[in-house]
Ligand binder design. Structure first.
Ligand code: ADP
Ligand code: MLT
Length: 298
């Protein structure tokens, strides 16, 4: 058990008060308690389940789906396809954790994760999409983007890292850019991980307490606590401009991390007709958890 200590200077966070304790019986489900001992259950906020997916069920399904992901990879390699999967969402939505399980058993020679940091001086002088274009897959490759060109519509917009003009140009160019990719045969999947407000705060608290998660807590995360509404506005504008027929968004409700990972895998697998596909293993994506933006984002 770890006792919370205030070691960050925070203006906003009423959440970051002393007295929280955390236990880690399961790495994916840290138990956070208030000073009075009551458990913080923010994951239930606006979530269509009252129980989180159990560990044995998760492990069983994850293995079946990871086998299917490998078959998908063989198919991509053998048929020379190019697959791009974007992982987007607010801070602590679970992008990184999902990518980790996606790639866990893939052949690293044909699957890469791309997580670009803030643009360098040189990159700032380039066409905005240029550094992402450099990372696009060649024939037979899968590339997973942990955050993507959509940074400009989210963090850059909200934190003021780009000008209004750059933002407007980006919003105009994205649909064209993505149409060119798809037109050229790139298989493009755009996933939006959706975490609720209080659950995001809980995850930030846990990041601060848990030694193995502290590196994930960035100064931007702290700032984003105050910026929930700005991020919401940015998200709505982004979806309005970029949820296109050619390149639609898929939303994954991710307050329950395990369920979100399983459903994200299922959603991706169900859309490709790869060799030796086991429909039974894939099952049907749960429409309460994963689906088009219009049906799942409020
Ligand atoms: P994480 O990806 O771990 O959540 P952060 O919350 O620190 O990282 O940052 C979110 C995103 O914002 C990252 O993709 C980062 O590259 C980007 N970013 C941070 N600072 C800037 C900046 N000054 N200009 C443009 N992008 C930035
Ligand atoms: C995020 O969503 O901010 C990160 O990918 C970390 C996580 O897995 O929660």
């Amino acid at each position: 058990m770890y006792v919370f200590v205030t070691d960050l200077t925070l203006e906003s966070a009423d959440l970051f008060v002393e007295g929280y304790t955390a236990e880690f019986p399961d790495d994916d489900e840290p138990v956070l308690r208030r000073a009075d001992g009551s458990e913080v259950l923010t994951w239930q906020e606006n979530y269509p389940f009252t129980e989180r997916m159990g560990r044995p069920e998760y492990e069983r399904q994850k293995r079946l789906l990871q086998i299917e992901l490998l078959k998908l990879q063989y198919w991509v390699t053998e048929t020379g396809r190019r697959l791009v999967i974007l992982f987007e969402g607010r801070d602590a939505a679970g992008k990184g954790g999902t990518i980790k399980r996606f790639t866990e058993h893939l052949d690293p020679r044909g699957a890469r994760t791309v997580a670009l940091g803030k643009p360098s001086e040189r990159e700032r002088g380039e066409w905005y999409f240029q550094r992402y274009v450099r990372e696009l897959p060649t024939a037979g490759e899968i590339v997973l983007f942990d955050r993507s060109w959509y940074n400009r519509a989210g963090v850059e917009r909200v934190m003021g890292y780009c000008t209004q003009e750059e933002y407007d140009r980006f919003m105009r160019q994205v649909p064209e850019f993505e149409r060119m990719l798809v037109d050229d045969g790139v298989l493009l999947v755009k996933l939006w991980f959706s975490v609720s407000r209080n659950e995001q705060r809980t995850r930030f608290v846990i990041r601060q307490i848990d030694p193995v998660r502290q590196w994930k807590l960035s100064p931007n995360d702290i700032k984003s606590l105050d910026r929930w509404d700005d991020y919401t506005e940015a998200k709505v504008a982004m979806l309005r401009a970029t949820d296109t027929e050619t390149a639609p968004w898929t939303v994954v409700k991710s307050n329950d991390k395990k369920r979100a990972r399983i459903e994200a895998m299922r959603s991706i697998l169900s859309r490709f007709d790869y060799a030796d596909k086991d429909e039974e293993a894939i099952g049907t994506p749960d429409v309460r958890i994963v689906g088009p933006a219009a049906t799942l984002l409020e």
